[in-house]
Design a protein around this ligand. Structure first.
Ligand SMILES: C[S@@+](CC[C@H](N)C(=O)[O-])C[C@H]1O[C@@H](n2cnc3c(N)ncnc32)[C@H](O)[C@@H]1O
Length: 193
């Protein structure tokens, strides 16, 4: 069973300044292509490192659903959104393979460093596909399966090629993107129309 972030570190680590080199929020916004007025799902949002930039990009007419299995992470996320004056963020307590949103509820979805924590990746990806609109887009960023001093245990990591296979099996058309830090890979995934 993969380790959950909650067992490995403090939520503040996910908000550290040095993360901007590994996962630059501007790069995430650029490749996910969030437009004002859209509805976005941040699955495994943690304390909202990326939720807040997504909410700014979606604007006052858009929404961000921040879903996570950890109520502690969501509590911190709500505080941060409130302090930032962002009224378009909604938190959602996720079950391991269940997101309590209707079919086709979101235009775009994001999973940053979440895939390797899922206990049933196939079921979770099917659920993401269900809540995405036909033609919607998912961006997956995760750790390369290589020995390194940072990040999750090696045995939990999912190689990019295996991630692509899982995503294709869930019905997505995947495209590998270049990423500014070698510790990560990024996959843009299109849901069928
Ligand atoms: C390493 S953190 C990444 C948080 C955030 N995406 C970021 O990049 O700052 C992984 C997050 O995924 C959440 N998570 C793990 N399994 C999940 C699941 N099945 N459904 C929703 N969230 C999950 C964890 O609680 C944790 O907050």
């Amino acid at each position: 069973m993969p380790h959950k972030f909650e067992q490995r570190g403090s939520w503040q680590r996910l908000l550290a300044e040095e993360r901007k080199k590994l996962v630059p929020p501007a790069k995430v916004l650029e490749v996910l292509g969030v437009r004002p007025g859209e509805t976005v799902l941040d699955l495994g949002a943690g304390p909202g490192y990326l939720t807040l930039p997504l909410a700014e990009a979606a604007g006052p007419d858009g929404w961000v659903w921040a879903a996570d299995i950890s109520e502690d992470a969501l509590e911190l996320l709500r505080q941060r959104a409130q302090e930032a004056g962002l009224a378009n963020v909604r938190t959602l307590k996720a079950e391991e393979t269940r997101i309590d949103l209707p079919d086709g509820a979101v235009d775009r979805a994001l999973m940053v460093n979440v895939l390797h924590e899922l206990s049933d990746a196939r079921a979770s990806l099917a659920e993401v596909r269900r809540v995405l609109k036909p033609g919607g887009a998912l961006l997956v960023v995760d750790w390369e399966r290589a020995p390194m001093e940072i990040g999750p245990p090696f045995e939990d990591r999912i190689a990019a090629a295996d991630a692509e296979r899982l995503l294709e099996a869930a019905g997505f058309a995947t495209e590998r993107l270049s990423w500014p830090h070698p510790a990560h890979y990024a996959l843009r995934c299109a849901a069928p129309v």
